[in-house]
Write a protein that binds this ligand. Structure first.
Ligand SMILES: [Zn+2]
Length: 242
């Protein structure tokens, strides 16, 4: 059997505050034998788990030891060619030298060199995410829901499924499977747009798609609804005063 292990140093403040020191593989008949071999190799009694009493200092090193699959071993031990510097490297060796080697690059330096440019939907100047208008369509009847978000849009998509309310859209979601729906970004908006401008854009899509009468939107763009309620309220106050 092959075992994967990591040795971490405990930095004094707690169990989770640890630094990776070494990663490796060891061959043994069972986990007990693997542990004994490692104790011997590192010349100390390594701890995997410790219950600390109040005020007790944690040990200096922590061992993570698990039986390993071939795919994990392949990942760490295969020879690769760095996409940036073209050097051949083995992920495990680079990691143990303190580099963040990955599938594509040999080190942090090469990785950052290779990092893709900021995509269009991020504002290039300040890194803010552009607000987007998205459409979620029921593949079976073609009816859709239009929404807006400044969050990562995949998060908003997820939220509809896992934080449902009792709106008509969320009721339809409850009665369906995630693969019954398609999700798309229909418009991205300037990052400096005001909430009102974003709402106007959303409302334009709601109107064009007819997604209230013939889809899953329950109400007009919320910001616009709030505004009209506010106007009505202001009107009442004014009338009272008059
Ligand atoms: Zn490299």
């Amino acid at each position: 059997m092959k075992f994967f292990y990591q040795l971490k140093s405990i930095n004094g403040t707690g169990w989770h505050d640890s630094t990776l020191l070494y990663t490796g593989f060891i061959e043994a008949a069972d986990k007990k034998e693997a542990k004994a071999k490692l104790d011997n190799e590192f010349q100390m009694k390594l701890k995997e788990r410790v219950v600390l009493k109040d005020g007790q200092k944690p040990p200096d090193y922590k061992l993570y030891l698990i039986q390993s699959s071939d795919s994990v071993i392949d990942f760490y031990l295969s020879e690769r060619k760095c996409m940036t510097c073209s050097e051949n490297y083995i992920i495990l060796e680079q990691r143990n030298l303190g580099h963040h080697a990955s599938r594509e690059t040999c080190s942090d330096k090469c990785r950052s060199h290779n990092r893709p440019k900021v995509p269009e939907y991020f504002d290039s100047l300040d890194g803010y995410r552009k607000p987007v208008i998205y459409r979620i369509t029921n593949k079976h009847n073609g009816k859709c829901y239009i929404g807006k978000t400044k969050q990562p849009f995949t998060l908003r998509w997820w939220q509809h499924f896992f934080h449902p309310t009792d709106s008509k859209f969320h009721k339809a979601i409850q009665e369906s499977q995630v693969h019954d729906w398609s999700f798309e970004i229909v418009e991205s908006i300037d990052g400096k747009a005001t909430d009102e401008e974003i709402a106007l854009c959303e409302q334009k899509w709601i109107s064009n798609m007819d997604s209230i009468a013939n889809g899953y939107n329950s109400v007009p763009s919320r910001k616009i609804e709030e505004q009209s309620q506010q106007t009505a309220f202001d009107g009442e106050v004014l009338n009272e005063r008059c």
